[in-house]
Design a protein around this ligand. Structure first.
Ligand SMILES: Cc1cc2nc3c(=O)[nH]c(=O)nc-3n(C[C@H](O)[C@H](O)[C@H](O)COP(=O)(O)O)c2cc1C
Length: 179
């Protein structure tokens, strides 16, 4: 799949559509460079400090959290609907228990602006450098959200702000066919 550089806004709508359905794939690496993919259903693309930013929310219980705590970069990969099984697998298994990529048909390939790889089969890849992280303030969370997502009042998400330093899309990607 040949990829070309695109503006980070070009596939915003499609990215949000996939985020709200099966989810996107957040890729991080361990200190030896081994990649792990985690499914995310929450995230924000916007502008902060005059920079384009992809914000992701990760619970401390995730292996991805451990990796992000030692990392400076991550990639966010937008899968096609046809990849739903692999996305579900990355959202149910933990990288702590083995290499998830080995159990999927997905492969990684090097990125140009970050050392973390991107997923080849995903038609859109965002390359991000972490410029800030912050924890949720539990005392500010409304009861309805607490009751739905934080029943035990723990495992509140850490929020990572990744400056989008590059965005690539499959040059033959047919947006209409994929919506
Ligand atoms: C559709 C979907 C969306 C998810 N979104 C998130 C998310 O935004 N943040 C998060 O911490 N976990 C999220 N998860 C849960 C993780 O993907 C899941 O716990 C995964 O197994 C963690 O992998 P890891 O331990 O290798 O990091 C989501 C799971 C699914 C199925």
């Amino acid at each position: 799949m040949a990829k070309i550089p695109v503006d980070y806004r070009d596939y915003f709508e499609f990215t949000m559509e996939r985020l709200g359905k099966e989810g996107l794939l957040l890729v991080t690496t361990d200190p030896d460079g081994n990649a792990n993919a985690m499914t995310i259903g929450w995230g924000v693309i916007g502008i902060v400090w005059r920079k384009p930013v992809f914000t992701v929310l990760v619970r401390p219980s995730r292996y991805t959290y451990d990796l992000l705590e030692q990392a400076t970069e991550f990639s966010v990969n937008v899968p096609e609907q046809a990849m739903a099984n692999d996305v579900a697998l990355c959202g149910s298994l933990s990288g702590r228990d083995g290499d998830k990529f080995a159990r999927t048909s997905m492969t990684t390939t090097g990125a140009d602006e970050i050392s973390v790889p991107v997923i080849e089969q995903c038609p859109i890849n965002y390359q991000c450098k972490i410029i800030h992280k912050t924890d949720m303030a539990p005392e500010t969370v409304p009861d309805n959200i607490n009751n739905m997502f934080y029943k035990n009042r723990d495992n509140y998400h850490r929020i990572y702000f990744g400056e989008i330093v590059a965005c690539y899309a499959d040059e033959e990607f047919d947006l209409k066919a994929n919506f």
